[in-house]
Design a protein around this ligand. Structure first.
Ligand code: ADP
Ligand code: MG
Ligand code: MG
Length: 315
């Protein structure tokens, strides 16, 4: 028995499929959708706003243990990617979002001013032991710093769905968050691994696929330059920003797709959705060569890259 539901979420259509007996399927769908709603409207948004309001003052903001862990892992990927992925990139991504609305790139001065307010080194985290309890705190060391969870929130949601479904004993299920982050547990109705098409970012619409990836107990995240962009004087300006230059990344890629085992090990255990989402953005920004090096540290990882010419880059 297969049950499915879709919901408009995080600016895309989230599609959940669960294969088990009817009652369990319906419960799993309901709980999976609840994770999405919770991730979108979570208290973390308010906490991050409080951190931003206190940025540059030296004051600490208390954060939940879960947010602390997310920020710590985000810092880890920022470090490993040499700042290509940066959860504090908000000042830059906001500037380019405004540019997209106006269809006009920002000036070099505006970019430089925003860049000065970005950098994970200025995000500080600490765990304070007090009376046998641990309190988690964070602060931003430069005034005007902004957080952006856009490059990790779908992966984070997948981790929540995976753990919810595993706790419910679900073994065969698919969670597709608008094709950019996907969890494939077990097998599909044919008893085969879930099949995920990799779109041609330079193609004609959604059905133009370059290849198909099998997912079995794996998570997949994609970052592409074709989702949000504007054209100005014949140039294409997309939404994946290289914090090191302050401009949309131009390293020859039109999309980067990362596939990871859904479980993970060590500090990444239970966070593989989050990791895949952060890595897809980081690798898009780094380009093929440095991207491969970044991914080499993670066991069982696969990479599907598409060049700006719309051709698959063979591994
Ligand atoms: P998708 O939106 O399909 O999930 P991504 O996971 O790559 O794709 O997230 C893109 C979003 O991440 C952007 O809209 C922006 O908010 C944010 N972002 C852009 N560049 C960076 C970057 N270098 N580091 C961190 N976040 C970024
Ligand atoms: Mg994403
Ligand atoms: Mg991402």
């Amino acid at each position: 028995m297969t049950a499915e539901d879709t919901k408009l979420m995080m600016g895309t259509v989230a599609h959940l499929t669960v294969r088990t007996d009817e009652i369990a399927s319906q419960a799993a769908l309901r709980d999976g959708l609840a994770v999405l709603t919770q991730t979108e409207r979570d208290a973390d948004g308010a906490t991050l706003a409080a951190m931003e309001a206190a940025a540059g003052t030296g004051a600490w903001t208390e954060v939940s243990p879960a947010l602390y862990e997310t920020l710590r892992l985000a810092q880890e990927v920022a470090h490993r990617s040499g700042g290509a992925f940066d959860v504090t990139a908000g000042a830059l991504t906001e500037l380019w979002e405004r540019a997209r609305a106006e269809k006009l790139p920002p000036s070099a001065e505006e970019i430089a001013a925003a860049r000065a307010r970005v950098g994970c080194a200025a995000l500080e985290l600490r765990a304070v032991e007090e009376g046998g309890q641990t309190r988690y705190e964070a602060r931003l060391m430069k005034a005007g710093m902004k957080m952006d969870r856009g490059a990790l929130i779908k992966g984070l949601a997948l981790d929540g769905i995976r753990s919810t479904w595993q706790n419910e004993g679900i073994t065969n299920a698919l969670a597709d968050l608008g094709t950019s982050s996907i969890l494939g547990m077990g097998v599909n109705a044919e008893g085969a691994p879930w099949q995920i098409g990799i779109r041609n970012p330079r193609g004609e619409g959604r059905a133009d696929l370059l290849t198909v990836v099998s997912l079995s107990n794996e998570v997949l995240s994609s970052s592409g330059d074709d989702e949000r962009f504007f054209l100005c004087e014949g140039r294409r300006y997309h939404h994946l920003i290289d914090p090191r230059t302050g401009n949309p990344a131009e390293r020859g890629l039109a999309s980067a797709t990362v596939v990871l085992p859904m479980e993970g090990a060590g500090e990444w255990q239970g966070h593989m959705g989050l990791l895949s989402d952060m890595l897809s953005t980081a690798i898009f920004v780094l380009g093929a060569e440095e991207g491969r090096k970044l991914l080499a540290d993670f066991a069982g990882a696969r990479l599907i890259l598409v060049g700006t010419d719309g051709q698959l880059i063979e591994e």
